[in-house]
Design a protein around this ligand. Sequence first.
Ligand SMILES: O=C(O)CCC(=O)C(=O)O
Ligand SMILES: [Fe+2]
Length: 341
Amino acid sequence: MTATSQSTELVYFDVNPVDLQTIENVLASASAEYLHAQVPEFLLDAPRIAAGLPDDLTRFVRTFRLNETAAAVVVRGFQVDDSRIGPTPPHWSKQADPASTRREEFFLTLVASLLGDPFGWSTLQRGNLVQNVVPIYGEERQQSGHGSADQLEWHTEDGFHPYRCDYLGLMGMRNHGEVPTTYASVAKLELPEEVMQVLSEPRFLIRPDDEHVRNARADLMHPRSTIVQAADAPVPTAVLFGGVDRPYLRIDPYFMSAVPGDSLAEDALELATQKLEAGLQDIVVRAGEILFIDNFRAVHGRRSFRAAYDGTDRWLKKIVVSRDLRKSREIRVGADSRVLL
Ligand SMILES: O=C(O)CCC(=O)C(=O)O
Ligand SMILES: [Fe+2]
């Protein structure tokens, strides 16, 4: 069963009990055959395994990909056992027992593989394809998935980079406090023709966020990293691109400016920011739910919250997906590598 909302372009898919059993069977056989969701053999076989998922689920996700019928979708109904997944890790690298969320990661990765190729960044969580979004002590005010006290300002994921993801998946492990993810579709961007025109021209600079930059600068193996280049000398880009009737967007106001001296571009960016801000809505990703965001058609962020660091904090698993991994070949060590340098 699905429920659609035209105005927000957010569509829900509710997994029914029969389909849930089908999913459990698929995950049980995947668990028997593969060590975890990041081993190359599993990723290679993912399309075949995903073919065993319920037809209405695969059709729903494939329609999202091909027809761009929504800017975000939520798949809900999958169950996560709060006691079995273990405590919320105090740090992304410190999950007490990585195997405790193996089942959940298989499901997230399988559904993601219906959208394209999952990949990672060497500068984010050491290239992991499935990441932990958890609040980290001392990072409360960071603009990253590890902040809490400050809201995470809405953004295009890795908007500074030409090889940013087409889709971003967030799966709830635990979210007792119902801390919302924020979301706005590009459809909210109704602005006068001349403003849209300015936004469609390469008159804007987007810089990488601190986490990417810190790790890129520390990586002495790749001194000419595209991330360091984007930090030191960002190349002007357009906010809007793609179909003129239904454009895509690339925007991250917190790390962004108009090209210095271009006051028209500055005004246009301000107007676009206001429109998206006004259209921002909350989506609570609860345990077992997966929110997929079309990173070309929507922005997302997170509301602020108070972290307790007692093992019960909000915990999401995150995955990023490319429709065509080949285009990033110049910054991967091999054709078969899924990690962008
Ligand atoms: O925590 C969230 O809901 C969103 C986090 C986020 O934007 C990210 O990790 O890229
Ligand atoms: Fe994000």
